[in-house]
Ligand binder design. Structure first.
Ligand code: ATP
Length: 253
């Protein structure tokens, strides 16, 4: 039997509104993620996806419920799980290499630099190790973010709309890059995305969240081997089924 890497148990979360009433956001969400599994979460805008991800990665405390990682309750972030958010997290005052070295404790400085350059190379940033974030294009910045997350060898990668700021072509390139890296270095991944196609391209399983207060409305396995052909009838059928759950009629199916 495969072990559970992440267990999310009946999470509930609300926020206090200015008028003193409560905004109920997450309304009893439970699921588990296997070690090495890639799970994508899609849901309507504002339903509570980021709140749920922030709770699972330990940045926000739930009002009720628990997150269990490797059998241990999780209530604060740690280096075993890295969150890549849509806002980005590289330090603008550090170079690419320095950003990558930042999270590496317990290594000699020369080893840190070597590791940093290795991961810069993995994401295709060779030659830009000494560049500052403002000198990079949007796509390169996302690569730097990804390298910064991977260099600490996280057991879990939490990705909240990581490629949403990129144009369609660059986003597709980044997905392929991510799949290439994951084929070499297996991580457990949780991805939040608006993009159903992105979820079908990348994930082993896709959970559809309901509108706020959110619950899991449907779960779909993605049983297609990589590399995936998103234009295949099976992938298109899955896309239509997921969009239907999201209340969107798709044409051309
Ligand atoms: N710290 C907070 N304080 C008050 N309200 C919050 C807080 N964080 C989130 N919310 C509210 O919770 C709801 C869900 O927000 P959240 O960002 O989790 O949704 P989302 O599904 O990720 O949205 P989007 O699809 O637009 O990225 C929103 O109505 C938001 O205003």
């Amino acid at each position: 039997m495969q072990s559970s890497k992440i267990e999310v148990r009946n999470i509930r979360k609300g926020f206090a509104k200015d008028d003193g009433t409560a905004l109920n956001v997450v309304d009893g969400v439970s699921f588990s993620v296997r070690d090495g599994e890639f799970v994508a979460i899609v849901g309507p805008s504002g339903c509570g996806k980021s709140t749920l991800m922030n709770i699972i990665s330990g940045f926000v405390q739930p009002d009720q419920g628990a997150v269990i990682i490797d059998g241990q309750p999780r209530n604060k972030p740690n280096a075993k799980g890295i969150l890549i958010s849509q806002h980005g997290s590289v330090f603008p005052w550090l170079t690419v290499r320095e950003n990558l070295m930042f999270g590496l404790n317990g290594h000699a400085p020369a080893n840190k630099a070597e590791l940093a350059d290795h991961y810069a190379a993995i994401v295709g940033l060779t030659g830009f190790e000494k560049a500052y974030p403002h000198e990079l294009s949007g796509g390169m910045l996302k690569r730097a973010e990804l390298a910064r997350a991977l260099v600490v060898k996280p057991e879990v990668l939490y990705m909240d709309e990581p490629f949403s700021a990129l144009d369609a072509l660059m986003s597709l390139r980044m997905r392929n890059e991510l799949l290439r890296i994951l084929a070499k270095e297996r991580h457990t991944v949780m991805l939040i995305t608006h993009d159903v196609e992105e979820a079908i391209h990348l994930a082993d399983r896709i959970m559809v969240l309901s509108p706020r207060p959110t619950r899991i409305q449907a779960t779909f396995d993605v049983p297609f081997a990589h590399p995936r052909r998103l234009s295949s009838p099976e992938a298109q059928e899955l896309r239509v089924a997921i969009l239907r759950e999201l209340g969107v009629d798709s044409y051309g199916d």
